[in-house]
Design a protein around this ligand. Structure first.
Ligand code: ADP
Length: 844
């Protein structure tokens, strides 16, 4: 369509279409500027046109005036000239008459009188002969006496002499202006020569009043309009008046100011000596003209000023408009980009606006929503009543500041949760025009919240159901950050229990005291990160308030708010403690029983051992009885025999005592025991068995062994057991007498950098078969017919309860097994831990 218009325009009015195209090409800002500047330029052009027109008219008028002045002054000059010429004619006629001798001096005076009376400008007429004597004279009575002449007088030597001589030479009438005193009215003289038969015979001297010449020579209409004056050749005023120069104030530009319009012209017969000047009186035109000029000028200036003011105002408006447009665009962009749905309602509850986010959320387009009233299409049918009530509240201004949650139906029928906030819409006048509602889709936040709360629930359920008490408290504070159900059950909701456990378990906790408050960091220099990961303490404590044994584990952690906190997990281990105590009691009983069993096994050996002293006692007693009966005993022999008997009895008693002290059940009792003593006692007991089995026993105890912190009875039990097993092994192997030997050694050693004392029992039996080796320490495992199979098991328990270790190995002689070595070591400086005291770890 435009294509068809443009060529047409081009054809019809090419400049117009060019202008239009040029106009369209301009930016809006330039268009605005042009639109504003054009009127200003027009006003300026108008002002310039007015000024030039005014100026032109003024020039024209001045020209006209000048012309009129010239014409009128010329006219006046003509009249003055005419008048002078007429007088000159008349005088020349008188002169002719005088030459013709028609006039005598009397006649001359009469005719002069007539002339002076008739022509008032003529002041005097005098007939002067060639010797400058006044032959006749008539003066007007008004002539001052100084200027009057007497007939018969000779002219004063200087008076008109040059003119007189000039007239005599020229034989022509000559006008002259006598140089007279300034106080007198200036006069104009006319010398007309007289001839007497072509001889110079004097002059007729006529004197005009210049003032009169002006008054009577210049026509009245000219003198009414102009200030007419006569000046001499040097410009001196002779008669009449001149106007003062105008525009003295200088408040008008020179080209506008009315100049004095004047013209001057020399009066012809007189020549340059007399100049007629006419000055036009000032007409009202100058005033009117300048008034108009100023009016137009002021109006133009005001128009220009108003245009500039208007232009500035418009410019400010345009700026405001641009700012508004920018703001509107910004808000529109913001509205379009944000994810919050916006909906505006008018006061009647009609939708007046929805933003793209609202449309996108609900799936309804803007035209489908704008203009709708309740029920809105995005209301779920089920919630319609509730939403209607909600809308009523909203329209009545009962809004909830925190917003409210609603369900919203999408166009496809699906529902989502949204939170809506309502705020009033206020127009620029401060009136409320409706309500603005923002809507946020909270399905995702809801889902996350539900997930979070579910996970929190799981977390708390697990923690609550835990059969350990869990508590978290920040360091240096009484606050309890977290406590699970068991903690609350045991200690209530106070940190007391937490702190007590921390203190009892010996975990370094540094509660801030008042003195330490000024410390910046209570763990000065300590990297707390390491603290949280590294320091995890484990201790068993007894809490008297609960009557329970608790296993306390604690560790540092960074709490959710960044504070360093300590978590304490306490497990009730009272039942375990009970079981352990029972087990240790049982173990004790088992050890005692085992010792009894050992003795039971050794019963025949013991009996054999006891048999010797008892037999000796019997022999001694029988010997003494028969010798006393024979009466052949002396007192000395009897005494000797009794002493021997007592010694044997003592020996038997010693054996019994040793056995009794070995099998006596006693509380576990650790003392600083001497290795040599323990070895000695064990050897004494074992020898009973070894002797019966015909096995030699040799023992070696290293000198200056340190004392061991052990229960000596238990260590002796281990040694006796090992030696008895060794003797039995040798017996079973039926070794020849030369190979029947057992060796016991106690020597100091280093195991893993730790000082220990090692006990070794070396036999010459058949050693340990591989299947026996695997089950060696098993309880009730025995290869012997009469064996109980608990000996080695107990031995290992005893050694390990003393932080020692036990091992067995075969000794080879070539490919043959030449015997077996049982050894165990006990630490020298082993601190007795509480665990060592209680933990005998017997599996019954
Ligand atoms: P018991 O002596 O009552 O059989 P032990 O626990 O003392 O119970 O020994 C278990 C088994 O270990 C023995 O039956 C035996 O087979 C083997 N044994 C123990 N000591 C030796 C040893 N010095 N030489 C060979 N075998 C041994």
């Amino acid at each position: 369509m435009q294509d068809s218009v443009v060529p047409e325009l081009h054809e019809v009015a090419p400049p117009m279409s060019w202008l239009r195209r040029w106009w369209r090409r301009q930016t809006p800002g330039r268009q605005d500027r042009f639109a504003m500047l054009a009127p200003l330029a027009a006003v300026m052009l108008f002002l310039a046109a007015i000024i030039s027109a005014f100026w032109y008219l003024r020039l024209e008028e001045m020209d006209r005036e000048q012309e009129a002045v010239r014409r009128d002054v010329e006219y006046a000059q003509q009249r003055v000239r005419l008048r002078l010429l007429e007088r000159q004619e008349q005088l020349m006629r008188i002169a002719r008459d005088i030459a013709n001798k028609d006039v005598d001096p009397e006649e001359f005076v009469g005719r002069a009188e007539t002339l002076v009376i008739q022509y008032p400008e003529l002041q005097s007429l005098a007939w002067i002969d060639d010797r400058r004597r006044i032959k006749a004279d008539y003066s007007a009575p008004s002539l001052p006496p100084q200027q009057q002449r007497e007939a018969g007088d000779v002219l004063k030597p200087g008076e008109t002499e040059t003119t007189f001589l000039l007239v005599r030479d020229l034989q022509q009438p000559v006008y002259a202006q006598p140089a007279g005193g300034t106080e007198l009215a200036p006069l104009l003289q006319l010398h007309v020569p007289l001839a007497d038969q072509a001889r110079f015979a004097g002059v007729i001297l006529a004197e005009y009043s210049i003032d009169g010449l002006l008054r009577y020579g210049v026509p009245a209409e000219v003198s009414a309009r102009y200030a007419v004056s006569l000046h001499d050749g040097k410009g001196r005023l002779l008669a009449g008046q001149t106007l003062p120069p105008r525009n003295t104030a200088g408040w008008l530009p020179s080209w506008v100011a009315p100049r004095t319009n004047e013209f001057e012209v020399p009066v012809t017969p007189v020549g340059n000596g007399l100049v007629l000047r006419g000055q036009a009186y000032r007409t009202s035109l100058g005033l009117v003209g300048s008034g108009l000029f100023w009016l137009v000028g002021t109006l133009s200036a005001m128009t220009a000023w108003m245009l500039i003011g208007n232009w500035r105002h418009t410019r400010r408006r345009v700026q405001a408009q641009q700012a508004l447009i920018a703001e509107t665009n910004f808000r529109r962009a913001m509205e379009n980009s944000m994810l919050t749905g916006m909906r505006a309602l008018d006061m009647q509850g009609r939708i007046t606006y929805v933003n793209p986010a609202f449309c996108q959320m609900t799936g309804w387009s803007e035209p489908e929503l704008v203009g709708r009233t309740a029920p809105f299409p995005y209301w779920p049918d089920a919630d319609r009543e509730q939403l209607n009530a909600r809308l009523d509240d909203e329209l009545n201004g009962r809004t909830t500041p925190g917003g409210f949650q609603v369900r919203v139906k999408r166009k496809d029928g699906s529902l989502f949760d949204a939170r809506m906030y309502v705020s009033p819409l206020i127009d620029p006048k401060g009136h409320q025009t409706g309500w603005m509602t923002s809507m946020t889709d909270i399905t995702e936040p809801n889902r996350i919240r539900e997930q979070l709360s579910a996970s929190y629930e799981r977390f708390t359920t697990v923690l609550e159901a835990l059969d350990a008490s869990v508590s978290v408290a920040p360091l240096g504070s009484e606050e309890l950050l977290f406590a699970n159900k068991l903690y609350r059950l045991w200690f209530g909701l106070h940190t007391g229990g937490h702190l007590q456990m921390v203190a009892q378990a010996g975990v370094p906790d540094q509660p801030r005291t008042d003195e330490s408050l000024d410390e910046v960091d209570s763990f000065v220099g300590l990297p707390t990160g390491q603290l949280t990961t590294a320091q995890s303490e484990n201790a068993e404590i007894f809490v008297p308030e609960l009557g329970k044994w608790l296993e306390v584990r604690s560790r540092y952690l960074n709490w959710v708010d960044g504070r360093l906190a300590q978590m304490v997990i306490a497990t009730d281990i009272t039942p375990r403690r009970h079981a352990e105590e029972q087990a240790s009691a049982q173990a004790e009983r088992a050890q005692a029983a085992s010792r009894l069993v050992t003795m039971g096994e050794m019963a025949s050996s013991v009996a054999h051992e006891l048999n010797q002293p008892l037999t000796a006692i019997n022999n001694y007693c029988n010997g003494m009885v028969s010798r006393i009966r024979g009466g052949q005993i002396r007192e000395d022999d009897l005494l000797k025999a009794l002493e021997k008997t007592a010694h044997q009895a003592q020996r038997a008693g010693q054996i019994i005592q040793r056995i009794r002290s070995f099998v006596r059940r006693s509380e576990p009792n650790r003392t600083e025991a001497d290795v040599a003593t323990m070895v000695g006692e064990a050897v004494e007991l074992a020898e009973i068995e070894l002797r019966r089995r015909n096995v030699r026993l040799s023992h070696y105890v290293a000198a200056r062994l340190p004392k061991l912190l052990v229960d000596p009875i238990l260590i002796e039990q281990v040694l006796v057991n090992l030696m008895k097993n060794a003797a039995e092994a040798i017996d079973h192997a039926r070794r020849p007498p030369a190979q029947r030997s057992v060796e016991l050694r106690a020597v100091p050693r280093q195991v893993d950098g730790q000082a220990v004392v090692e006990f070794t029992v070396l036999d010459t039996g058949k050693g340990l078969a591989p299947e026996v080796m695997d089950r060696l320490y098993e309880a009730f495992f025995s290869t012997k017919v009469e064996g109980m199979g608990i000996g080695l098991n107990l031995c290992r328990s005893i050694v390990e309860s003393h932080q020692g270790r036990m091992q067995a190995e075969n000794i080879y002689n070539g490919a043959d097994i030449a015997g077996c070595r049982f050894s165990f070591w006990l630490p020298v400086s082993g601190a007795i831990s509480s665990a060592a005291n209680k933990d005998t770890g017997v599996v019954a």
